[in-house]
Design a binder for this molecule. Sequence first.
Ligand code: HEC
Ligand code: HEC
Length: 300
Amino acid sequence: MESIMKAHLPALTPVRLLGLLFASAATIGTLAAHAADQATPRPEPVPFVAPRNSDMPAGPEGELIDYGRRLMVETRRLLPNNVGAAMNCTSCHLGEAKVPFASPFVGISHRFPQYNPRANRVVTLEDRVNGCMMRSMNGKPLDKRSREMAAMIAYMDWLSEDIPEHGLVQGMGIGKVDTTLVPDMENGRRIYVAQCASCHGAEGQGLQDAAGEFIFPPLWGDLSFNIGAGMARLYKAAEFVKTSMPVGVHTDGRLGQGYVLSDQEAVDVAGYFTHQPRPDFPAKVNDWPDPSKRPKDARY
Ligand code: HEC
Ligand code: HEC
């Protein structure tokens, strides 16, 4: 402790000193919790329950939560200065981020702050939102003190309200595929043409209505997610596609969709569309500072 204090002394105000003391106490707490973790098993994920929109509280609190919900669903229209892609948060976090295995936000507030291997540091929920803003939405981060950020967080907090502190929920994440499979790009192209192009376009450009609004989002090209997005990674994309695409083929699964393709087919079609041209992400040079944390489907 003495050496830490000496090293930081010139910049220390009493408030920062107090913060530092608490931070070290918190580190010790985390270490103790970590040691306890190894003895006690990880808590069981609880059943998935998402609240109904009609149960939002009345008054300013409910207004903020509902604004957050709208920002997720109409991100491009409501935040034109921040969003570069023809996409909304719910293009990937399906159904108002309330659908199991489509990266739902139920319980998420309890799971952050969280260690992020791509950044090799602990990130807050606000950082994670801005991660998707800059990469998946190919846009600019939101000011963390803005009403828009507060609203998105309020919506996530509301979706997490009935979930215990550990935040583990059945149906979190985007599902799994066998990551030892090697993609067959040519078969991927055939699957794309047969099962995806009718909605996402022959050139992956998505589908617009007469007014220019996107009905189906683009999978590649200038208006899609950039190379730094999780969806640009082969196995992440395959997991999403296996679980949630193509839309509306049968009556089982999420939103009556998904679970049509085998793991191999999902990997093939994901291999095909993730490797098509898309916007660059210059800040990618800062990703995976610890090379041992770099996943095998990282694109750079
Ligand atoms: C192109 C698809 C895409 C879009 C659009 C997108 N995301 Fe994501 N997001 C992902 C993927 C993929 C993950 C990682 C999921 C996983 O690994 O389980 C993710 C993860 C997250 C997480 C962490 C989830 C967790 O369970 O830890 C948050 C929070 C998040 N996104 C917020 C947003 C917000 C807010 C927006 C809109 C501003 C957005 N995302 C837009 C694809 C997308
Ligand atoms: C019937 C139309 C339809 C078909 C067919 C379809 N999708 Fe989608 N796809 C959607 C819709 C709609 C969304 C956005 C979800 C939303 O807005 O509710 C979406 C979202 C996506 C996304 C995330 C957003 C983005 O643009 O990157 C990916 C990736 C995706 N689809 C891949 C596929 C693949 C691969 C296939 C073929 C195996 C496929 N889809 C077939 C309608 C379709």
